[in-house]
Design a protein around this ligand. Structure first.
Ligand code: DAK
Length: 259
């Protein structure tokens, strides 16, 4: 389908979604959230796609939810808007595809919340991240009060949420909010390299791993380990397991078919 606020590309098993509202620093209005939702569905339903990249055009990844649009919302409209945002982030989190966030600039408010729903996050050195909602007299509405403490711990999360202080990419990396930082001009090359590497793996297993980690961290260790045992066993019904082990024994590179 044709999109207005995003650009989607598919190449070599990698689906790239670029948010394309640079005039508003890629702020998330309702239309953009809907388009992102459709794009996430489309990539997830495309058998050829193994991994997705999310990035922004211009100097922002996403500078937050659209403040102009939010400024006149009634409580009911705010609820619907928050539900839309949560729906999108759950879709990314529950997608079979690993999502890599390429943070090319500002990732504030809703933008920081989007990156936290992704699986791997690489930031350009010049990126700025944070949850500045408190400066607008609100608190995060797309999961920031929940995912941030799970990622960086309660104390650090509360400091960032309560002060609304933005941090640079290196600090974000030091607290575990992003995986690594790279020089700005190396961002897409680095992210594409990681995506390329993942795209060669068994997509059954990339799906299992993502799902096990996401489900496992929210339940007790015993139940989580039982879940791992059952996924592990079902992996042995796949051709990819047979191919992976056969290739090892034959001293060659495996060719995974995702079955
Ligand atoms: N929304 C709408 N427009 C935005 C925007 C945003 N979040 N961020 C920037 N823009 C627009 C600016 O208004 C400006 O538009 P024009 O004036 O040219 O028409 C254009 O983008 C360029 O921005 P600046 O001129 O400000 O650019 P600078 O380089 O000077 O500054 C900046 C960049 C990122 C420091 C600054 O733009 C800024 O502080 N932006 C706002 C950052 C922010 O506060 N982000 C958090 C947004 S709040 C909820 C649902 C969701 C949420 C909360 C509750 N419920 C329903 C309960 C989520 C909330 C948020 O994300």
């Amino acid at each position: 389908m044709a999109f207005k606020n995003i650009i989607m590309e598919k190449k070599d098993g990698i689906g790239t979604i670029k948010i394309n509202r640079p005039q508003a620093l890629n702020a998330l209005n309702k239309d953009t959230i809907l388009e992102l939702s459709k794009a996430v569905d489309e990539l997830g339903n495309d058998d050829k796609i193994k991994v997705a990249i999310l990035t922004g055009k211009g100097k922002a990844f996403i500078a937050g939810a659209d403040i102009k649009q939010m400024s006149t919302m009634t409580p009911l409209e705010a609820k619907e808007f928050a539900e839309m945002g949560h729906g999108l982030l759950m879709k990314i989190e529950n997608s079979r595809l690993p999502f890599i966030a390429a943070i090319n600039g500002y990732a504030l408010g809703g933008g920081c919340e989007v990156l936290m729903a992704c699986d791997i996050c690489i930031a350009a050195k010049s990126a700025k991240l944070g949850q500045p909602e408190i400066n607008l007299g609100i608190h995060p509405g797309f999961g920031g009060t929940q995912r941030l403490p799970r990622l960086v711990g309660r104390m650090k999360a509360k400091e960032l949420l309560l002060t609304g202080r933005n941090i640079d990419a290196d600090e974000a990396c030091s607290i575990g909010l992003v995986n690594s930082t790279v020089e700005d001009e190396k961002l897409m090359e680095t992210v594409n390299k990681i995506a390329g590497r993942i795209s060669e793996k068994s997509k059954v297993q990339t799906d299992f791993i993502k799902s096990l980690v996401n489900k496992g961290v929210d339940i007790d260790l015993n139940s989580a380990c039982s879940l791992e045992i059952s996924y592990f066993a079902s992996g042995f019904s796949t051709n990819d397991q047979k191919e992976g082990m056969k290739a090892f024994l034959e001293k060659r590179k495996p060719v995974f078919k995702g079955k």
